[in-house]
Design a protein around this ligand. Structure first.
Ligand code: HEM
Ligand SMILES: *[C@@H]1O[C@H](CO)[C@@H](O)[C@H](O)[C@H]1NC(C)=O
Ligand SMILES: *[C@@H]1O[C@H](CO)[C@@H](O)[C@H](O)[C@H]1NC(C)=O
Ligand SMILES: *[C@@H]1O[C@H](CO)[C@@H](O)[C@H](O)[C@H]1NC(C)=O
Length: 321
Protein backbone atom coordinates (compact mmCIF):
# COMPACT_ATOMS: atom_id res chain seq x y z
CA UNK A 1 0.00 0.00 0.00
CA UNK A 2 2.68 2.44 1.06
CA UNK A 3 5.03 1.54 -1.77
CA UNK A 4 2.24 1.81 -4.32
CA UNK A 5 1.46 5.26 -2.95
CA UNK A 6 5.08 6.31 -3.24
CA UNK A 7 5.21 5.16 -6.83
CA UNK A 8 2.17 7.23 -7.69
CA UNK A 9 3.64 10.28 -6.02
CA UNK A 10 6.82 10.08 -8.08
CA UNK A 11 5.12 9.27 -11.34
CA UNK A 12 2.48 11.94 -11.00
CA UNK A 13 5.05 14.48 -9.92
CA UNK A 14 7.20 13.81 -12.93
CA UNK A 15 4.37 13.96 -15.44
CA UNK A 16 2.83 17.05 -13.87
CA UNK A 17 6.12 18.93 -14.06
CA UNK A 18 6.97 17.94 -17.59
CA UNK A 19 3.52 18.80 -18.90
CA UNK A 20 3.19 22.27 -17.46
CA UNK A 21 6.72 23.61 -17.48
CA UNK A 22 5.99 26.02 -20.32
CA UNK A 23 2.45 27.20 -19.64
CA UNK A 24 3.08 28.35 -16.07
CA UNK A 25 6.61 29.67 -16.46
CA UNK A 26 5.73 32.62 -14.25
CA UNK A 27 5.10 30.43 -11.20
CA UNK A 28 7.97 28.54 -9.59
CA UNK A 29 8.40 25.23 -7.84
CA UNK A 30 9.73 25.59 -4.30
CA UNK A 31 8.90 29.30 -4.51
CA UNK A 32 8.97 29.66 -0.71
CA UNK A 33 12.13 27.58 -0.33
CA UNK A 34 14.10 30.47 1.16
CA UNK A 35 11.42 33.01 2.17
CA UNK A 36 9.32 30.50 4.14
CA UNK A 37 10.80 27.00 4.01
CA UNK A 38 8.07 25.51 6.21
CA UNK A 39 5.16 27.04 4.30
CA UNK A 40 4.00 23.95 2.42
CA UNK A 41 4.50 21.65 5.41
CA UNK A 42 2.58 24.03 7.66
CA UNK A 43 -0.28 24.25 5.20
CA UNK A 44 -0.43 20.46 4.75
CA UNK A 45 -0.48 19.90 8.51
CA UNK A 46 -3.40 22.27 9.00
CA UNK A 47 -5.33 21.02 5.96
CA UNK A 48 -4.89 17.37 6.96
CA UNK A 49 -6.10 18.20 10.47
CA UNK A 50 -9.12 20.10 9.17
CA UNK A 51 -10.08 17.23 6.84
CA UNK A 52 -9.61 14.67 9.63
CA UNK A 53 -12.07 16.70 11.70
CA UNK A 54 -14.46 17.27 8.78
CA UNK A 55 -13.94 15.22 5.60
CA UNK A 56 -16.23 17.55 3.66
CA UNK A 57 -13.46 20.15 3.81
CA UNK A 58 -11.60 18.26 1.04
CA UNK A 59 -14.21 18.93 -1.66
CA UNK A 60 -14.84 22.39 -0.24
CA UNK A 61 -11.19 23.46 -0.57
CA UNK A 62 -10.81 21.86 -3.98
CA UNK A 63 -13.83 23.74 -5.32
CA UNK A 64 -12.69 27.04 -3.78
CA UNK A 65 -9.48 26.90 -5.81
CA UNK A 66 -11.44 26.17 -9.02
CA UNK A 67 -13.78 29.10 -8.45
CA UNK A 68 -10.93 31.40 -7.49
CA UNK A 69 -9.02 30.60 -10.68
CA UNK A 70 -11.95 30.82 -13.10
CA UNK A 71 -13.09 34.25 -11.93
CA UNK A 72 -10.45 36.90 -12.67
CA UNK A 73 -7.57 34.47 -12.21
CA UNK A 74 -6.07 32.66 -9.22
CA UNK A 75 -5.71 35.75 -7.02
CA UNK A 76 -7.72 34.84 -3.92
CA UNK A 77 -10.45 37.28 -4.99
CA UNK A 78 -12.98 34.60 -4.03
CA UNK A 79 -11.98 35.06 -0.37
CA UNK A 80 -12.75 38.77 -0.01
CA UNK A 81 -15.58 39.66 2.32
CA UNK A 82 -18.05 42.41 1.40
CA UNK A 83 -16.93 45.91 2.38
CA UNK A 84 -18.20 49.40 1.59
CA UNK A 85 -15.49 49.69 -1.06
CA UNK A 86 -16.05 46.42 -2.95
CA UNK A 87 -19.85 46.24 -2.65
CA UNK A 88 -20.72 42.66 -3.69
CA UNK A 89 -17.56 40.57 -4.09
CA UNK A 90 -17.40 37.13 -5.76
CA UNK A 91 -18.31 35.17 -2.64
CA UNK A 92 -21.78 36.71 -2.58
CA UNK A 93 -22.65 35.16 -5.97
CA UNK A 94 -22.44 31.38 -5.38
CA UNK A 95 -22.36 29.87 -1.88
CA UNK A 96 -19.11 28.00 -1.28
CA UNK A 97 -17.65 26.42 1.84
CA UNK A 98 -14.21 26.40 3.43
CA UNK A 99 -13.66 30.09 4.11
CA UNK A 100 -13.08 29.54 7.83
CA UNK A 101 -10.66 26.76 6.98
CA UNK A 102 -8.65 29.12 4.77
CA UNK A 103 -8.50 31.72 7.54
CA UNK A 104 -7.16 29.03 9.90
CA UNK A 105 -4.52 27.92 7.40
CA UNK A 106 -3.47 31.53 6.85
CA UNK A 107 -3.18 32.16 10.60
CA UNK A 108 -0.90 29.13 10.96
CA UNK A 109 1.29 30.30 8.07
CA UNK A 110 1.47 33.87 9.37
CA UNK A 111 2.63 32.46 12.70
CA UNK A 112 5.71 30.88 11.07
CA UNK A 113 6.51 33.58 8.47
CA UNK A 114 4.41 36.72 8.59
CA UNK A 115 3.59 38.53 5.36
CA UNK A 116 5.27 36.02 3.04
CA UNK A 117 2.73 33.53 1.72
CA UNK A 118 -0.13 34.74 -0.47
CA UNK A 119 -3.69 33.59 -0.02
CA UNK A 120 -3.78 32.65 -3.72
CA UNK A 121 -0.91 30.20 -3.18
CA UNK A 122 -2.53 28.92 0.00
CA UNK A 123 -5.64 28.00 -2.03
CA UNK A 124 -3.52 26.08 -4.57
CA UNK A 125 -1.58 24.22 -1.85
CA UNK A 126 -4.75 23.50 0.13
CA UNK A 127 -6.39 22.06 -3.00
CA UNK A 128 -3.33 19.85 -3.53
CA UNK A 129 -3.45 18.69 0.09
CA UNK A 130 -7.19 18.00 -0.23
CA UNK A 131 -6.43 15.82 -3.24
CA UNK A 132 -3.76 14.00 -1.23
CA UNK A 133 -6.19 13.29 1.61
CA UNK A 134 -9.16 12.27 -0.52
CA UNK A 135 -7.36 10.75 -3.51
CA UNK A 136 -4.09 9.40 -2.09
CA UNK A 137 -1.80 11.11 -4.60
CA UNK A 138 0.23 14.31 -4.44
CA UNK A 139 1.79 16.59 -7.01
CA UNK A 140 4.18 19.53 -6.78
CA UNK A 141 2.57 22.96 -7.03
CA UNK A 142 4.43 25.94 -8.47
CA UNK A 143 3.79 29.13 -6.52
CA UNK A 144 4.37 32.87 -6.48
CA UNK A 145 0.85 34.00 -7.36
CA UNK A 146 -0.16 37.11 -5.45
CA UNK A 147 -3.42 38.41 -4.08
CA UNK A 148 -5.65 40.78 -6.01
CA UNK A 149 -7.85 43.51 -4.65
CA UNK A 150 -10.69 43.40 -7.17
CA UNK A 151 -13.64 41.07 -6.60
CA UNK A 152 -17.07 41.36 -8.13
CA UNK A 153 -20.09 39.07 -8.00
CA UNK A 154 -20.93 40.35 -11.45
CA UNK A 155 -18.00 38.49 -13.04
CA UNK A 156 -18.87 35.13 -11.49
CA UNK A 157 -21.72 34.01 -13.70
CA UNK A 158 -19.91 34.88 -16.91
CA UNK A 159 -16.86 32.83 -15.81
CA UNK A 160 -18.04 29.81 -13.83
CA UNK A 161 -19.52 27.13 -16.09
CA UNK A 162 -23.17 26.35 -15.42
CA UNK A 163 -24.37 22.84 -14.53
CA UNK A 164 -26.89 23.29 -17.33
CA UNK A 165 -24.20 23.72 -20.01
CA UNK A 166 -23.90 21.39 -22.98
CA UNK A 167 -20.56 20.00 -24.18
CA UNK A 168 -19.84 22.88 -26.54
CA UNK A 169 -20.46 25.46 -23.83
CA UNK A 170 -18.20 23.57 -21.40
CA UNK A 171 -15.39 23.35 -23.95
CA UNK A 172 -15.74 27.07 -24.65
CA UNK A 173 -15.83 27.99 -20.97
CA UNK A 174 -12.58 26.11 -20.33
CA UNK A 175 -10.96 27.37 -23.55
CA UNK A 176 -11.66 30.94 -22.38
CA UNK A 177 -9.32 30.16 -19.47
CA UNK A 178 -6.67 28.54 -21.64
CA UNK A 179 -7.73 25.01 -20.72
CA UNK A 180 -8.17 22.19 -23.22
CA UNK A 181 -10.78 19.50 -23.67
CA UNK A 182 -8.39 17.10 -21.90
CA UNK A 183 -8.26 19.50 -18.94
CA UNK A 184 -12.06 19.80 -18.91
CA UNK A 185 -12.56 16.05 -18.78
CA UNK A 186 -9.72 15.31 -16.34
CA UNK A 187 -10.77 18.08 -13.91
CA UNK A 188 -14.39 16.95 -14.02
CA UNK A 189 -13.18 13.94 -12.02
CA UNK A 190 -13.41 16.30 -9.03
CA UNK A 191 -17.09 15.42 -9.04
CA UNK A 192 -16.17 12.03 -7.61
CA UNK A 193 -16.28 13.74 -4.19
CA UNK A 194 -18.44 16.28 -2.42
CA UNK A 195 -22.10 17.09 -2.64
CA UNK A 196 -24.63 18.99 -4.73
CA UNK A 197 -27.97 20.64 -4.16
CA UNK A 198 -31.05 19.26 -5.90
CA UNK A 199 -31.61 22.58 -7.67
CA UNK A 200 -28.55 21.89 -9.81
CA UNK A 201 -29.95 18.72 -11.39
CA UNK A 202 -33.73 18.67 -10.80
CA UNK A 203 -34.11 19.65 -14.44
CA UNK A 204 -33.15 16.03 -15.23
CA UNK A 205 -35.78 14.55 -12.89
CA UNK A 206 -38.98 16.52 -13.57
CA UNK A 207 -41.38 16.54 -15.27
CA UNK A 208 -39.78 13.55 -16.97
CA UNK A 209 -36.59 11.69 -16.19
CA UNK A 210 -33.68 12.44 -18.52
CA UNK A 211 -33.24 9.42 -20.77
CA UNK A 212 -29.49 9.38 -20.13
CA UNK A 213 -30.01 8.75 -16.39
CA UNK A 214 -29.87 5.22 -15.05
CA UNK A 215 -33.42 4.34 -13.96
CA UNK A 216 -32.68 3.20 -10.42
CA UNK A 217 -30.35 6.15 -9.83
CA UNK A 218 -33.04 8.52 -11.12
CA UNK A 219 -35.55 6.97 -8.73
CA UNK A 220 -33.18 7.49 -5.80
CA UNK A 221 -32.58 11.08 -6.84
CA UNK A 222 -36.32 11.72 -7.12
CA UNK A 223 -36.76 10.39 -3.59
CA UNK A 224 -33.98 12.67 -2.33
CA UNK A 225 -35.28 15.63 -4.32
CA UNK A 226 -39.07 15.80 -4.28
CA UNK A 227 -40.72 17.86 -6.99
CA UNK A 228 -41.95 21.34 -6.20
CA UNK A 229 -40.42 22.59 -2.98
CA UNK A 230 -37.70 24.98 -4.12
CA UNK A 231 -37.28 26.17 -0.53
CA UNK A 232 -36.32 22.66 0.58
CA UNK A 233 -33.22 22.23 -1.58
CA UNK A 234 -31.80 18.86 -0.55
CA UNK A 235 -28.20 17.73 -0.85
CA UNK A 236 -26.88 14.47 -2.31
CA UNK A 237 -23.42 13.03 -2.87
CA UNK A 238 -21.84 13.79 -6.24
CA UNK A 239 -20.92 10.12 -6.51
CA UNK A 240 -23.24 7.29 -5.40
CA UNK A 241 -20.13 5.07 -5.02
CA UNK A 242 -17.22 5.85 -2.64
CA UNK A 243 -18.38 9.49 -2.29
CA UNK A 244 -15.37 10.60 -0.23
CA UNK A 245 -12.69 9.12 -2.49
CA UNK A 246 -11.28 11.32 -5.23
CA UNK A 247 -10.66 9.01 -8.16
CA UNK A 248 -11.86 7.91 -11.56
CA UNK A 249 -15.17 6.62 -10.20
CA UNK A 250 -16.75 9.78 -11.65
CA UNK A 251 -16.01 8.54 -15.18
CA UNK A 252 -17.41 5.10 -14.41
CA UNK A 253 -20.50 6.83 -13.04
CA UNK A 254 -20.83 8.88 -16.23
CA UNK A 255 -20.71 5.76 -18.39
CA UNK A 256 -23.36 4.15 -16.16
CA UNK A 257 -25.73 7.16 -16.34
CA UNK A 258 -25.07 7.96 -12.70
CA UNK A 259 -23.86 11.56 -12.71
CA UNK A 260 -25.91 14.51 -11.51
CA UNK A 261 -25.67 17.48 -13.82
CA UNK A 262 -26.61 18.12 -17.42
CA UNK A 263 -22.98 19.27 -17.73
CA UNK A 264 -21.67 15.93 -16.40
CA UNK A 265 -23.82 13.89 -18.76
CA UNK A 266 -22.89 16.24 -21.62
CA UNK A 267 -19.34 14.90 -21.60
CA UNK A 268 -20.72 11.75 -23.21
CA UNK A 269 -22.43 13.52 -26.06
CA UNK A 270 -19.56 13.41 -28.49
CA UNK A 271 -18.34 16.98 -29.04
CA UNK A 272 -14.56 17.25 -29.19
CA UNK A 273 -14.03 13.59 -28.25
CA UNK A 274 -15.06 14.21 -24.66
CA UNK A 275 -16.79 10.81 -24.58
CA UNK A 276 -13.61 9.06 -25.68
CA UNK A 277 -11.68 10.87 -22.93
CA UNK A 278 -14.28 9.87 -20.35
CA UNK A 279 -13.76 6.22 -21.35
CA UNK A 280 -9.97 6.58 -21.17
CA UNK A 281 -10.13 8.03 -17.66
CA UNK A 282 -12.69 5.45 -16.52
CA UNK A 283 -10.35 2.68 -17.61
CA UNK A 284 -7.09 3.89 -16.09
CA UNK A 285 -6.94 5.37 -12.59
CA UNK A 286 -3.21 6.05 -12.67
CA UNK A 287 -3.36 7.83 -16.01
CA UNK A 288 -6.27 9.95 -14.76
CA UNK A 289 -4.31 10.91 -11.62
CA UNK A 290 -1.43 12.16 -13.75
CA UNK A 291 -3.79 14.10 -16.03
CA UNK A 292 -5.71 15.55 -13.10
CA UNK A 293 -2.50 16.69 -11.39
CA UNK A 294 -1.20 18.32 -14.57
CA UNK A 295 -4.54 20.03 -15.23
CA UNK A 296 -4.75 21.29 -11.63
CA UNK A 297 -1.33 22.91 -12.00
CA UNK A 298 -2.41 24.41 -15.31
CA UNK A 299 -5.62 25.72 -13.77
CA UNK A 300 -3.52 27.19 -10.94
CA UNK A 301 -1.67 29.30 -13.50
CA UNK A 302 -4.74 31.11 -14.87
CA UNK A 303 -4.21 34.88 -15.04
CA UNK A 304 -1.96 34.94 -11.97
CA UNK A 305 -0.49 38.13 -10.51
CA UNK A 306 3.27 37.69 -10.11
CA UNK A 307 6.33 39.77 -9.28
CA UNK A 308 5.35 43.20 -8.03
CA UNK A 309 1.70 42.90 -9.09
CA UNK A 310 -0.85 42.30 -6.35
CA UNK A 311 0.06 41.89 -2.71
CA UNK A 312 0.45 39.31 0.04
CA UNK A 313 -2.62 39.79 2.19
CA UNK A 314 -2.29 39.73 5.96
CA UNK A 315 -5.79 38.29 6.34
CA UNK A 316 -7.25 36.31 3.46
CA UNK A 317 -10.69 37.89 3.71
CA UNK A 318 -9.58 41.54 3.41
CA UNK A 319 -7.14 43.49 1.26
CA UNK A 320 -4.26 45.15 3.13
CA UNK A 321 -5.16 48.75 2.32
C1 HEM B 1 -17.00 21.44 -15.76
C2 HEM B 1 -17.78 22.38 -15.26
C3 HEM B 1 -18.28 22.36 -13.85
C4 HEM B 1 -19.56 22.60 -13.47
C5 HEM B 1 -20.72 22.98 -14.37
C6 HEM B 1 -19.61 22.43 -12.03
C7 HEM B 1 -20.74 22.59 -11.26
C8 HEM B 1 -20.86 22.23 -9.93
C9 HEM B 1 -22.08 22.31 -9.16
C10 HEM B 1 -23.40 22.88 -9.65
C11 HEM B 1 -21.80 21.79 -7.94
C12 HEM B 1 -22.79 21.60 -6.78
C13 HEM B 1 -22.79 22.78 -5.84
C14 HEM B 1 -23.92 22.66 -4.83
O1 HEM B 1 -25.06 22.51 -5.25
O2 HEM B 1 -23.66 22.72 -3.62
C15 HEM B 1 -20.43 21.39 -7.93
C16 HEM B 1 -19.78 20.82 -6.86
C17 HEM B 1 -18.43 20.58 -6.83
N1 HEM B 1 -17.52 20.87 -7.82
FE1 HEM B 1 -17.96 21.40 -9.71
N2 HEM B 1 -18.37 22.07 -11.58
C18 HEM B 1 -17.52 22.02 -12.65
C19 HEM B 1 -16.17 21.77 -12.61
C20 HEM B 1 -15.45 21.55 -11.45
C21 HEM B 1 -14.02 21.54 -11.34
C22 HEM B 1 -13.07 21.84 -12.49
C23 HEM B 1 -13.72 21.28 -10.05
C24 HEM B 1 -12.37 21.16 -9.38
C25 HEM B 1 -11.26 20.85 -9.99
C26 HEM B 1 -14.97 21.08 -9.36
C27 HEM B 1 -15.09 20.71 -8.04
C28 HEM B 1 -16.29 20.54 -7.39
C29 HEM B 1 -16.38 19.95 -6.06
C30 HEM B 1 -15.24 19.38 -5.25
C31 HEM B 1 -17.73 19.99 -5.70
C32 HEM B 1 -18.34 19.56 -4.37
C33 HEM B 1 -18.27 20.75 -3.43
C34 HEM B 1 -18.65 20.44 -2.00
O3 HEM B 1 -18.96 19.30 -1.65
O4 HEM B 1 -18.63 21.39 -1.19
N3 HEM B 1 -16.00 21.29 -10.23
N4 HEM B 1 -19.87 21.68 -9.16
C1 LIG C 1 -12.38 38.94 8.18
O1 LIG C 1 -12.41 37.79 9.00
C2 LIG C 1 -12.28 38.09 10.39
C3 LIG C 1 -12.13 36.79 11.13
O2 LIG C 1 -13.12 35.87 10.73
C4 LIG C 1 -13.47 38.93 10.84
O3 LIG C 1 -13.33 39.26 12.19
C5 LIG C 1 -13.51 40.22 10.00
O4 LIG C 1 -14.67 40.94 10.31
C6 LIG C 1 -13.53 39.87 8.52
N1 LIG C 1 -13.44 41.10 7.72
C7 LIG C 1 -14.44 41.56 6.97
C8 LIG C 1 -14.16 42.78 6.15
O5 LIG C 1 -15.52 41.01 6.89
C1 LIG D 1 -14.63 21.53 -30.55
O1 LIG D 1 -15.41 21.13 -31.65
C2 LIG D 1 -15.92 22.18 -32.43
C3 LIG D 1 -16.90 21.62 -33.46
O2 LIG D 1 -16.35 20.47 -34.05
C4 LIG D 1 -14.73 22.93 -33.05
O3 LIG D 1 -15.20 24.02 -33.82
C5 LIG D 1 -13.83 23.43 -31.94
O4 LIG D 1 -12.68 24.03 -32.47
C6 LIG D 1 -13.40 22.31 -31.00
N1 LIG D 1 -12.71 22.88 -29.85
C7 LIG D 1 -11.60 22.37 -29.32
C8 LIG D 1 -11.03 23.07 -28.16
O5 LIG D 1 -11.07 21.37 -29.75
C1 LIG E 1 -4.85 47.36 -5.62
O1 LIG E 1 -3.53 46.88 -5.55
C2 LIG E 1 -2.59 47.61 -6.28
C3 LIG E 1 -1.27 46.91 -6.13
O2 LIG E 1 -1.35 45.66 -6.69
C4 LIG E 1 -2.55 49.03 -5.79
O3 LIG E 1 -1.69 49.79 -6.59
C5 LIG E 1 -3.95 49.64 -5.85
O4 LIG E 1 -3.94 50.92 -5.26
C6 LIG E 1 -4.92 48.77 -5.11
N1 LIG E 1 -6.27 49.30 -5.23
C7 LIG E 1 -7.10 49.42 -4.22
C8 LIG E 1 -8.47 49.93 -4.54
O5 LIG E 1 -6.80 49.09 -3.09
Amino acid sequence: MFSRGMKLILMVAFQAMSLISISTASLQYNFYGSSCPNAEQTISNVVYGLIDADPSMAPALLRLHFHDCFVMGCDASILLDPTKANGSPEKTAIPLRGYDAVNKIKAAVEAVCPGKVSCADILAFAARDSVAKSGGFVYPVPAGSRDGNVSSAFSVFSSIPSPFFDAGELVQSFAAKGLTVDDLVALSGAHSIGTAHCSGFKNRLYPTVDASLDASYAAALRAACPDGSAADDGVVNNSPVSPATLGNQYFKNALAGRVLFTSDAALLTGQNDTAEKVRENAGDLTAWMARFAASMVKMGGIEVLTGARGEVRRFCNVTNS
